[in-house]
Design a protein around this ligand. Structure first.
Ligand code: PNS
Length: 159
């Protein structure tokens, strides 16, 4: 049986922290579907197409597929045959939101388990919003994101 995990998020943009979690997930599942949320409540910096394309450039791994999704995550997970949802836990501050979301997802799709992964210790402080802020003001994000993302941020903020 092929074990599939969905790794959902806004990925605005993908960071080295996200990449780390994708690679960690591949240690215990056969395939990871990176699920990029279309209807995120947030107003994204990068369009859906840009976010998907950046993930594809950063993660060149045949066992990883990048898909956009709309509506409920559990419905999407079921549609791709996933039995797991992977989420990252960086700090205690993440916990309440993640706990709520995991319980709601269990309520909506009882057969799908949420698994929390902790990123590499040097990436725990990292978030897409911090990366956007540092890049917006011309700071160096080269250690935080793939070079393709660095270029995309430069172009975005040069406008
Ligand atoms: O990277 P983010 O912004 O924290 O990701 C949040 C995301 C997209 C995973 C979450 O908002 C989500 O799953 N949205 C889809 C709608 C849904 O299923 N909501 C019910 C779960 S509480």
């Amino acid at each position: 049986m092929t074990r599939i995990a969905v790794y959902p998020g806004s990925f605005d943009p993908i960071t080295r922290g996200h990449e780390d979690l994708i690679h960690r997930s591949l240690a215990f599942v056969d395939n990871v579907v990176v699920a990029v949320a279309i209807n995120s409540a947030k107003q994204p910096l990068f369009s859906l197409q840009e976010r998907v394309a950046l993930i594809q450039q950063c993660v060149r791994e045949p066992r990883v597929e990048v898909r956009a999704f709309d509506g409920l995550l559990v419905n999407f997970a079921q549609s791709v045959g996933a039995s797991l949802i992977v989420r990252g836990l960086r700090a205690v501050s993440d916990f309440e939101y993640e706990f709520q979301m995991a319980l709601m997802n269990r309520n909506l799709g009882p057969t799908i388990e949420t698994v929390f992964l902790v990123p590499a210790s040097d990436l725990t402080y990292l978030s897409s919003s911090l990366v956007r802020e540092v890049a917006r003001f011309g700071g160096d994000v080269s250690a935080l994101v793939h070079p393709a993302v660095q270029d995309a941020l430069k172009k975005k903020f040069a406008k």
